[in-house]
Design a protein around this ligand. Structure first.
Ligand code: GBH
Length: 461
């Protein structure tokens, strides 16, 4: 071991993440119902070139090979999500056993290979039938979510240790119901805030039910923003930080950790909608104890306080007061700034303001172009994604730095194992450490996959 080698803690968990709609395909197999993403992606103009998740990576049929691939990389954990419409095609009522069979087999296969499953119960694919009744703007959806969570647990709970409820409720609420960039594509600030609350309530109800069913490691994944001022000396910029931080971070993290909704955020919400959806007792349910907070981080957010500022379409009430700064290079293919220091700042901030919560990086990664024509020495062909290696290396150093400063980070899951359906961007953006040829479904580990395998083997950089 060289002197400048960075070692991670002994029990640090290394893995990769995916989500059901992004990789499974088999959209109509074995009694699966439609989700809001089926509807959305089949609606012209919503997703790049009309791409859908109908086939995706065909992981539904290729899961065994994909688990073998994970084992080859030495992954210790695999985070995947369960498609609610496979389990309850209409979101309520009797369970579809054939839908559960798939995850049953997947979990067994992971077990055979010694890979620890990390289950996400909801990664954005709400059953369409529930959306027809208002989706996350309807309080009943929270209750249905808890029923669904229990149904999944009843089948997988004997083998799955780590359960997380939601993935990035910020995206579900603000992109789904606020600016409409994601399914179900609604554009209504009041709906977005109602969705925030019902997502949190759904988390709390599911957490309570799962705990009662014996789950020991329970969490939720958020995508907190590292919100920074254009000028740290400017009062106006710091006020903009406070507003965006409230709408992005504190609105979720305060209630999740028992503090209830922050007063300034409630005041802001009340300018858009009377928050009658918050009922007595809800905050207590939302504050159900958790053992793990999943953190997804990609990029920092810089803001300035500016009269007449354009605001952010995803942040109701920021137009006229906040300017989101254009990203400055280097950027990923998504146009997102690459700033590993943002991850260290974010982790430290969460550890300071919400102490005592073990953290796990449940997603981090980047979209980068494939350098074509680069063949491996063995002639099998490989994909040189040098930019991704640099991105991952930088962010792992940032995680290590946070740990060195005392933050309790338990593991790191790269986004993503495979190139996949990147939501509104369709298949044109590739986040995988394994390349997928969508014509043949051939998987080719990229340079980053080989590099990551070494990182895992060394437990360090
Ligand atoms: C995650 O979302 C998802 O969980 C995952 O399914 C998805 O594939 C992956 O990330 C990649 O997108 O507008 O420049 O300020 C992340 C969504 C990304 C939303 C960063 C907010 C702000 C970047 N977030 N984004 S910018």
């Amino acid at each position: 071991m060289s002197a400048n080698e960075l070692r991670f803690p002994e029990n640090f968990v290394w893995g990769a993440a995916t989500a059901a709609y992004q990789i499974e395909g088999a959209a109509r197999a074995d009694g699966r119902g439609d989700s809001i993403w089926d509807t959305f992606s089949r609606t012209p103009g919503k997703v790049f070139q009309g791409h859908t998740g109908d086939v995706a990576c065909d992981h539904y049929h290729r899961y065994a090979d994909d688990v073998a691939l994970m084992a080859g990389l030495g992954l210790q954990a695999y985070r995947f999500s369960i498609a609610w419409p496979r389990i309850q095609p209409d979101g309520t009522g009797p369970v579809n056993p054939r839908g559960l069979d798939f995850y049953d087999k997947l979990v067994d296969e992971l077990g055979n290979r010694g890979i620890d499953p990390v289950v996400t119960l909801y990664h954005w694919d709400l059953p369409q039938t529930l959306q027809d009744r208002g989706g996350w703007t309807n309080r009943d959806t929270a209750e249905h979510f808890a029923d669904y969570a229990l149904a999944v647990h009843a089948r997988l709970g004997d083998r799955v240790r780590t359960w997380t409820t939601l993935n990035e409720p910020w995206c579900s609420a603000y992109l789904g119901y606020g600016n409409g960039v994601h399914a179900p594509g609604e554009q209504d600030a009041g709906a977005a805030f109602a969705a925030v609350h019902h997502l949190l309530l759904g988390h709390g109800l599911a957490a309570r039910a799962l705990r009662a069913a014996g789950v020991q490691t329970l969490g939720v994944t958020v995508n907190p923003a590292d919100v920074q001022p254009a000028d740290p000396q400017s009062e106006a910029d710091l006020a903009a930080v406070r507003l965006v931080d409230g709408l992005h971070n504190r609105i979720f993290l305060d209630p999740l950790t028992g503090g209830g909704y922050p007063a300034d955020v409630l005041e802001h919400i009340a300018r858009h909608v009377e928050p009658t959806f918050v009922q007595d007792g809800d905050e207590k349910i939302i504050a159900a104890p958790i053992d793990l907070l999943g953190i997804n981080y990609y990029s920092p957010t810089y803001v300035a306080g500016k009269p007449g500022g354009a605001g952010g379409s995803a942040y109701p009430g920021t137009a006229g007061v906040v300017e989101f700064l254009p990203p400055v290079g280097p950027l990923t293919e998504m146009g997102w700034m690459i700033e590993p220091a943002g991850l260290t700042r974010l982790l430290e901030r969460i550890a300071t303001d919400y102490p005592g919560l073990p953290l796990m990086i449940t997603e981090n990664g980047g979209a980068f172009p494939d350098k074509t024509g680069t063949e491996g020495p063995d002639g099998t062909g490989w994909v040189a994604d040098t930019d991704r290696v640099a991105y991952l290396d930088g962010h792992l150093r940032a995680v290590h730095e946070a740990i060195a400063r005392g933050v309790d980070v338990r593991g790191y899951l790269v986004w993503s194992l495979l190139d996949n359906f990147e939501w509104a961007e369709g298949y044109r953006k590739r986040f995988g450490i394994v390349h997928v040829d969508y014509l043949t479904q051939r998987r080719t580990p990229k340079e980053s996959a080989r590099w990551y395998r070494e990182v895992i083997a060394r437990n360090g950089l």
